[in-house]
Structure formats: C-alpha cells, structure tokens
Design a protein around this ligand. Structure first.
Ligand code: MG
Length: 248
C-alpha cells in the first residue's frame, strides 16, 4: 500500500486527539481522582532545617515541645538545642501527645559530632511510628555492628538495603511510609502493615512487612538510648493505600 504523507495523517489525527482532550477536560471538573495541590517544602541541609510540605501535620518546628510528652506521659526531659530536640541520657524516650496513623513520617536527625563508643553504643536512638517496630537511628558511618542493628534497619528484623549514613555531626533524614495492612474480604492478609524507608533520599527499606496491624493510630516515639542524638523538622502526612484492587 502506498504510504500516506505524514502531513495528511496528522491532519486526520489532531482533531481526534483534540476532541478526546476536550472530553477529559469536561470530566475533570467533577472528578474526585484529581490530586489536591500541595506546595512542597525544602530539603534540610547540614546548616539549615528543612521545611514541611503545605499539608503536613507539623510535630516539631524547632521552637518547643508542645506536641511532645515523656514516653510514660508527663513532661519531656530532653533539651532544646539550636532548634533541635536533644536526648538527655536517662530521661527516657519521648512521644507525640497526639496519636497518629498510617502515612508519611519525616524526621531529620544528627548523631554527636564527637564520636564516643562503638557499635550499638555510638549515636544510638530510634524512631517508632504507630507503636510499631523501631527504625534504628545510629551513627553507622564507618562503624561496624550487626546488619539488622545499623542505621535504617527495622531493628532485629531487616537490615537496610544499603548504608546511606552521613558522617557524625552531619544532619540526615528519614522518610518512613507506614502502610496499612491490606486484607481480602475474608480478612486474610494480602499484605501486613509495612514500612518503606528513605535515608537521605535513598531507598533502604521497600514495603517490608512489620505486623498484621499496628493499630490504626498510635504515638510516634523517639528513643533515649543514652547518646545525645538530635532531631528537627518532624512532620507527618496521613495516607492510606487506595482500597485494594482484587488480586488473583
Ligand atoms: Mg535504637
């Protein structure tokens, strides 16, 4: 067959596309699947804390402990230093006053600049969303310890995929996505509650199952493991996986 000239083909196709686009645009106005607009924040740097996206629930903005209490309830005994929360040895873990749910948790953290101790004794703290297992906070920069105990490990369960740890005294970040469990109509788990973790923007845990259900809400807790680790720019964005599609 003789080929049609390209120009002729475009003339035929453009009106078809235009009409399809118009149809979609009309539909758009009442379409609930159109994503809401979010103004992104700015990533933290070693010198400056990041800022949260516009739809985040801000848990710590560098000013006070208003959103926090001791792990057993009552006043926080940690220190505020240069816009960060610093662990005070022996004062116990702290937790958010509010119970939060499934979604995206963000935190910046920094292990002490002056290195003391080794292995698990070096810059140890921890991040516990929804009362679930610990995402380990540790100075894992040229510091050997067991794999499921290093920074970004889901403690005692899963080592991180890679070691993306920055040097002691340099600010780092975690984004922890806590996924709700997915069950079929009979209640059988298709996937249990799971964590996905990015360390300094690097994927280190991908949808790792951590339990049947973490409870739909729970406090976010930060661990006192005896080392003066600091935290800043802590925020949360509620998110629930879309209703599961039927899987075969
Ligand atoms: Mg720990």
């Amino acid at each position: 067959m003789k080929k049609l000239p390209a120009l002729f083909l475009s003339a035929l196709l453009i009106p078809a596309f235009a009409s399809s686009a118009k149809h979609h645009e009309k539909k758009e106005k009442s379409d609930p699947s159109i994503p809401p607009v979010v103004t992104p924040g700015v990533h933290g740097t070693p010198d400056k804390a990041g800022t949260p996206p516009s739809d985040a629930i801000v848990l710590f903005d560098g000013k006070n402990f208003d959103q926090w209490e001791s792990g057993k309830g009552g006043e926080v005994k940690w220190k505020l230093v240069d816009g960060a929360m610093e662990v005070v040895r022996g004062s116990g873990s702290i937790r958010t006053k509010e119970k939060l749910g499934y979604g995206q948790y963000h935190v910046e953290w920094r292990t002490p600049e002056v290195v003391k101790g080794s292995g698990q004794g070096r810059g140890n703290s921890g991040f516990f969303p929804l009362g679930g297992p610990e995402v380990q906070v540790l100075d894992s920069y040229e510091n050997s310890t067991y794999s499921h105990g290093q920074a970004g490990a889901i403690y005692n369960r899963y080592p991180p995929l890679v070691n993306a740890c920055r040097a002691p005294g340099v600010w780092q970040s975690y984004d922890v996505i806590v996924h709700a469990p997915i069950q079929d109509e009979a209640g059988k788990y298709l996937r249990k509650s799971a964590y996905t973790v990015l360390h300094n923007g690097v994927l280190i845990q991908d949808n790792m199952e951590v339990g049947g259900s973490l409870g739909k809400t729970g406090h976010l807790a930060l661990q006192d493991h005896g080392n003066p680790v600091r935290y800043r720019n802590v925020w949360f964005r509620p998110y629930q996986d879309p209703i599961p599609m039927k899987r075969k």
